[in-house]
Each structure stands twice: as C-alpha cells, then as structure tokens.
Design a protein around this ligand. Sequence first.
Ligand code: ZN
Length: 466
Amino acid sequence: MAVFVLDKRGKPLMPCTEKRARLLLERGRARVHRVVPFVIRLVDRQADACSFQPLRVKLDPGSKVTGIALVREAEVTDVATVEIRGTTVVLNLFELVHRGRQISEALTARRAMRRRRRGANLRYRAPRFLNRCKPAGWLAPSLVHRVHTVKAWINRIRRWAPVTGLSSELVRFDMQALANPEISGVEYQQGPLAGYEVREYLLEKWGRACIYCDAEGVPLQIEHLTARARGGTNRIGNLGLACGCCNQKKGSLNVREFVKDPKRLARILATASRPLKDAAAVNATRWALANALRATGLPLELASGGRTKFNRATHGVPKTHALDAACVGKVETIDGWERPTLEIKATGRGSYQRTRLTGSGFPRGYLLRQKQVHGFQTGDRVRANVPSGKKAGTYAGRVAVRASGSFNIQTPNGVVQGIGHRHCTLVQRADGYGYHFRPKDSFVKGEAGDGRASHAALSIPGLKAA
Ligand SMILES: [Zn+2]
C-alpha cells in the first residue's frame, strides 16, 4: 500500500511507497503519525511550494460494504504509437464494512425495552400527542450511518493526501443513455458499453431470472420478444432475458405463440411495456451520498454500474468491492491494482446500555461503568508480548477489555483470550473502526503471496515513539 505523507505542519503531501517511507524513518527524516492506515510526517519539509499530481478518491457504495480506492491520474505516452493515454494508477484500496444491521437491531432492542417500561411502569400516563413526523429526505439510521461513515473516510483521506477529485457510482445503469440514444456519445451507440448498460437494465427490470421458466442463477441471454427474424427491433421494450434452453426453444417464434400460459404472457407483456422507474435504478442512500460528496466542493464524477462492469471486464480486473471502486467512471488503462486491501470495519464505540438482558428481558449481567481498564479501552489497537506461560508469544490486534485486567485480543488468526494488561502496549487508540489487511494474493491466483509487505507498516522500528 502507498504510505500517506504529511509535511512538518501536518499538510498532506503525495503518498510514497513503503520502501521510501522505511528509508525516511530510518534516516530520521520522518516520524510515525498514525499506524493504521500508515501515515508519516516529514520533519524537514513544508508543502507550500509543492505542486501535486492529481489524486482521485473513487467510491463504489454498497449496502454492506463500500469500496474506496485512492488513485493517481497520470498520462503516459505509448512508445509504439506516440499516443498520449490517460492512466489510472491505484495507490490504496480500502473496503469500508458498514454496521447497518447492528444499528437496526440495537434500535429494535431499545424499542422493545421502552415498550415494556411503558406497559409495566407508566400504565396510566397519557400517551404523548402524536406530533412527530419525519422531515423530507429522512433516511433510516442504518442508512444514514452509511452516508456518514463514507463521508468521514473521505475527509480522513483528504487530511492525509492532496485529493483533487471524487468519483462515485450513482446508478446501476445510465437511464439517459438508454432512453435517448441519439444524445449520448458514440461509445454507447456502437461501442461495447451499450451492451453493458442494456444488460444491467434488463437484469434489474426482469428480476435476474428467465422470463419463461423463472430460472435463477444461470447465465441469461438477451432475448427478443418479437424475434429479429420477424422484424423485431433492438428497442429496450422488445428485449427480455431467457436462459439458454428457453432462448433456443423459442427460436424465431413470437412471444404470443411461445408462451402458452395466459397469465405468464400477460405478465411478460405488461413488464415489457412498462419502463423501469428511475427510483428503482437509483436508491435514496446513493443520492444522499452524492449530495454529501458534492458538499465537499471537490469536482465530482458520477458514473453508472454498467460502466464499472465494462471497465473491469476490459482491463481483466477481478471483482472485489475495492477494485470495483477503482474501475468506477472513466478509466482508459489501470495500473498497480494488484495490492493488498485494508478492510475497515465500522465497530461503533460501545453502547450506553449497562445491563445485559436475557431473551425475556431479565438482567443477565452488568457492564463496567467506566470505559478504561488499566489505561486500555475496548477497540484500542495493542501489541502484547507474553514472555512465558500457556499464552507465550506476541500478539497484535484489537483489544476487548475486562475489569479483571485479563484482556481478549482479536488478531488476524482469531481471538486470543486472557492476556494480562501488563503485557500490552498501546499502538493506536480506538476510533470506532477495526482494521484488517487482506493480502493481494487473496484475489490474484497463481502469484506468490507477499503478506509481509502488507504488514510492513506495523513492524517499522521506532513505532513505540508514536
Ligand atoms: Zn428459461
């Protein structure tokens, strides 16, 4: 991964390689500013007179995971053709794991608790007047959290790197390109991109299943309701999806002749003639996120999922959330994507509730009143060096504290229980996220994995000084 670099005043400079960062630290020209993601601060340089190459943060917002990629936009001259091409150089890959589900479960639990209290203790109190309504643009807390965490991470990355632009996937497919083919560029009408937008649209419209036999999870082919041989057009209203079998069976028959079941026929014809609403293509959260991104003041590029898929397929990039993000928007060529991904898991900062309950609502146990135990708190990143005994060894990871001073440490290889606080050293304070490196060989098959590189940031000498 590229290492973020700050100048001596804390202003961001261009990110550097791991090797360069190691040299800077060894020669005393830099200090460790933050451990995960790794940020160093130069002691002898100021950013005032520097000019930077354009950096872009790209996003692929998802319901459970949002892919984030920091890329450098460069121009390279092709040696053979002396042609200047734009290229996207991937610097860092992140995957932000959201906790929408936990938030919604916590709110459900709270609601149940309050309900019980109202039934048991406040029976005769008159209900509050029903004067509460949701403001326009209201999103459920689990969804708002998605927008907020993505915004928070963009702000963080901007603190560590001179970002000059943002790209985000807004829609699954480009409605404009489908509806008015004549207004859009040549690549939609003749190029292969047209097929991608159309395919995504059809998948959404027909519910990702064969329209004749409802087969799901099989390769689906684009199918003409009125066959091409009978003068059927390529218009979106004449297209459906069919599995290989059904497509072959139907051949050049008309849909009215092929489908015997009148109910199914009526359903197919109704769906075919009804255009898919914009709302189905763009969900409210993505809009809210786009507005939040616009508020940063950086130039914002909004792209479609069809184009992401097209970029990924053209450049032979495997599918992960972070790499999807790197492929969002306009990408001519893409370099340096074979690198580890930092998985950032939103963990929250604990709960207000101090009583744990059984399923029936009876108290089961009580949590500590204070958050810290012997100077550590749950969520801190620690390194434990146990010299002897059953647990002898070195462990690094996220700590969960207990009042007894015997902690649990979540390491990449699982939870290690019962590590004494005396053996722990603080690496980084809890910030509401858990971090985990996924080496690049988890998606690049046949290439020797270099897991060491991804953990290099954690083994740099002088770390304890930070
Ligand atoms: Zn079928």
